[in-house]
Design a protein around this ligand. Sequence first.
Ligand SMILES: Nc1ncnc2c1ncn2[C@@H]1O[C@H](COP(=O)(O)OP(=O)(O)O)[C@@H](O)[C@H]1O
Ligand SMILES: [Mg+2]
Length: 180
Amino acid sequence: MRFHSRSPDATQSAAGLLAASLPREGLLLVLSGPLGAGKTLFAKGLAQGLGVAPEAVTSPTFAICAEYDLRDGRRLAHVDGYRLQSTAELENAGFLDLLTAGTIVLVEWGERFRDALPADRLEIKISRPGEGPTRRYLEAVACGPVASQVLTQWQAQLVSKVGRQLDLEMLEETSQSRWD
Ligand SMILES: Nc1ncnc2c1ncn2[C@@H]1O[C@H](COP(=O)(O)OP(=O)(O)O)[C@@H](O)[C@H]1O
Ligand SMILES: [Mg+2]
């Protein structure tokens, strides 16, 4: 699935809608894209959608990981891999302990550590097309059955709100988006 976000708000709202589609058992979300793409903003929108106060969410670059207890008993773990050079460093930071049932794990720069990641995950790539400071392209690819179901639901949520509450535009899929 691909869409075009026209503003920081649109990215944050789209992430908030993903929150509603996440299952009880949790899921791994991998965010990639250059510095300033909007990965942390996406994390903020997701956290907000999960009931965490948005001002509580900052970039965990220095802490590497920030964890939030959700009201429904699940947890959100927000990991920033920017300063990590290798899978070993990620694992030393306690990453594997986060991957337990009931935890939603969002990893910025997670594409650097694909060999350490569970097979069932949702990958979201954000890019800046250079067509103005507030334009972003987001592409989501589901790897695995749980992620596929989540992606289908998220897409339906987005499609139903585009134009009214959401300032974004759904785009044609590329062949790369069809991994499942
Ligand atoms: N459409 C957009 N989606 C997301 N962020 C945007 C958008 N337009 C502008 N921005 C700005 O880009 C910056 C993204 O920062 P951040 O989320 O910290 O990036 P990253 O974590 O990828 O380095 C924010 O200042 C945000 O306001
Ligand atoms: Mg960031």
